[in-house]
Structure formats: structure tokens, C-alpha cells
Design a binder for this molecule. Structure first.
Ligand code: ARG
Length: 307
């Protein structure tokens, strides 16, 4: 464990992967247009490095400790660490990517988490059952206010993964179906805030899933993103306490967040938007806990909240 992280369990511990090899060379979602990347590749790569550094220093200014995963040539999307795994209660559930283009990331991700395990940062590393696809924290979000995990399917992650995840972490999990290829990961259309609010983009969800979200979260805590905000990946935001780090926010979204007591920190990430990614995609939280103040040895006595 890094010395600066000792005794700071209230601070966010994050993983990011350096953007050295980031580019758009293939198309696995509608945002990606290699033919529009190539003509300005050099400039876009520079902008990507700059934006990524700004994102990292914004997190650091907010008190986060960052582990930087070494990038690998030929794996441009490895920069999106949210997809590498879900990490909860020091247990890592590794991803199994849906697209062949990203499968090469899996071995690097495993090695990265094994190194964190060897340092005592993590307890356990598991993988999805045979035949099941799972794209990590991009498709699974811990809802601390309701004590459950929201797990999406319909685009990248297999249906039924919510049951697997519920077993692995002994917490309740709710499935959500994604129906729009532009909103191919849950983090592009749902952002949970620590006050219990949820910023979401309704057209990304099936009618049933949208109804379930509305019912579980309730009108007072739901914030609907406009199409303009959603199509600039504003929902793909990272919340550290009352600070919301995002790549875009309209004046009205900023106003809503500020009325609710949040501070928006906008870090432009345009080159990553061209791959379908924003702030959340570039970030993986390593120290989420399902119980707020875990006391070693007492965990077994605290039964997980179930539906
Ligand atoms: N180009 C990447 C893909 O399609 C972007 C991933 C963004 N990550 C995320 N968590 N939404 O897989």
C-alpha cells in the first residue's frame, strides 16, 4: 500500500491507465469513427494526453490516490479502466470483454490486480462464470444509498450477471436493460450521487428498466439528463463526496447539481468522447465498500441488505 494512502480509507483510491497508445482505430460502438480520427491523429493524441493529465490532477486535488496502470501498444481502449473489473469490498471481479478488439486487455488487467493483491491493497480476484460476458464497473454500479448494485445487460454484459454478482458480493442486485447502442455501458446513462440522487438518461433504458429505476429511486431524487448533456457524455461522471468530475455539463445541469449541493468540475475529454468515453470510463474505484464502517471480524454478523 502506498505510504500516502495509509490511514486514508475515507479518500478515493482510483486506477487509471496512461493514454500513451490511445487512438480510435476500430469501431465497436457508434461513437467511434476511425476515418475521422486519422486525419488529425497527432493533435488528438496530444489533446488526449493533456485531458487525461488534467483529469488525474483534478482527482488528486480532490484528495484521491491514483494507481497508474501501464498501457500496452495495440490496446487503445485499455485507457478505460472502468471496464477492467468491478472492485467492491477489496474483491475484484475481472471483466470478460464482449468485443475481440478488447480481449487482449484481460491478461494485462489480471496482472495489474495481482500486483495490487501482492501489495495488500486487495483480498481476492475472481472471474465471471464460463460463457458470461462482463464489462466491469462500466456495467455495474454500487448504489450506497439503497444498498444494491445496478447491473446492466443488453449491449456488452450478459443477462443474468446481476445474479452472479449478487452471489459474489452477498448484496442485492437489480438488472437494467440498455437499448440504445450509443449508450452501450451503464455508466453512459446512469450516475449515482452520494446524496441518493441519480442522474440518468431515460431513453437509454428499456421501458421496464426505466420504470424500475423511477420506482426504486423516486421522483424527488431523479435528475433527468437532457439529450444534449447525455450526447456529450455528461452522465459519465465520477462523484467524490460532493465533487462531481465530468467532461461536460450544460448550464442547467450545473445549476441542478449546485442546487443539490454538488460542485461540478468540468474537464474536457473530447478525444476520449470520440471513443465513447468520458470521465467515469477513464477511472476505476478500488476502495468501494458495501458497508460504511466495516469492523474486521464483525462483518459476518452484519447481514447484507436484501430486497
Ligand atoms: N471504445 C470503448 C468501448 O467501446 C469505450 C469504453 C468506455 N468505457 C465505459 N466504461 N463506458 O469499449
Amino acid at each position: 500500500m502506498p505510504a500516502q494512502f495509509m490511514g486514508r480509507s475515507d479518500h478515493a483510491h482510483l486506477a487509471m491507465s496512461a493514454p500513451d497508445f490511445f487512438e480510435v482505430t476500430y469501431r465497436i460502438n457508434p461513437w467511434m469513427e476511425p476515418e475521422r480520427w486519422h486525419p488529425s491523429a497527432r493533435q488528438l493524441s496530444d489533446e488526449a494526453r493533456h485531458g487525461w493529465q488534467r483529469l488525474k490532477s483534478t482527482y488528486e486535488r480532490l484528495g484521491a490516490v491514483i494507481e497508474v496502470q501501464a498501457p500496452a501498444a495495440g490496446l487503445p481502449d485499455m485507457v478505460f479502466t472502468a471496464n477492467a473489473a468491478l472492485v467492491l469490498d477489496r474483491k475484484v471481479l475481472l471483466a470478460r470483454f464482449a468485443c475481440a478488439e478488447r480481449r487482449g486487455e484481460e491478461a494485462h488487467d489480471r496482472a495489474f490486480f495481482e500486483a495490487l493483491h501482492a501489495r495488500g491493497v486487495l483480498d481476492e480476484i475472481v472471474e465471471p462464470p464460463a460463457g458470461m460476458l462482463f464489462e466491469g464497473a462500466g456495467d455495474a454500479q454500487w448504489d450506497a444509498s439503497r444498498g444494491l448494485l445496478w447491473v446492466s445487460h443488453g449491449q456488452r454484459t450478459s443477462g443474468g450477471m446481476h445474479r452472479v454478482i449478487s452471489e459474489i458480493y452477498s448484496v442485492a442486485a437489480e438488472p437494467l436493460q440498455l437499448v440504445d447502442p450509443r449508450f452501450y455501458h451503464l455508466d453512459t446513462c446512469l450516475c449515482l450521487l452520494p446524496g441518493g440522487e441519480a442522474l440518468f438518461y431515460p431513453p437509454a433504458f428499456s421501458a421496464d428498466s426505466c420504470a424500475r429505476l423511477r420506482e426504486r429511486i423516486g421522483p424527488a431524487l431523479l435528475i433527468e439528463a437532457s439529450s444534449e448533456d447525455a450526447h456529450h457524455l455528461a452522465v459519465n461522471a465520477v462523484c467524490l463526496g460532493r465533487d462531481v468530475v465530468m467532461c461536460h455539463a450544460s448550464a442547467s445541469l450545473r445549476a441542478v447539481l449546485s442546487e443539490r449541493g454538488y460542485r461540478a468540475h468540468v474537464v474536457p475529454l473530447e478525444p476520449f468522447n470520440r471513443s465513447g468515453g468520458g470521465a467515469y470510463c477513464l477511472t476505476l474505484r478500488l476502495n468501494l465498500r458495501t458497508r460504511r464502517h466495516p469492523i474486521p471480524g464483525l462483518e459476518a454478523a452484519v447481514s447484507p441488505k436484501r430486497n
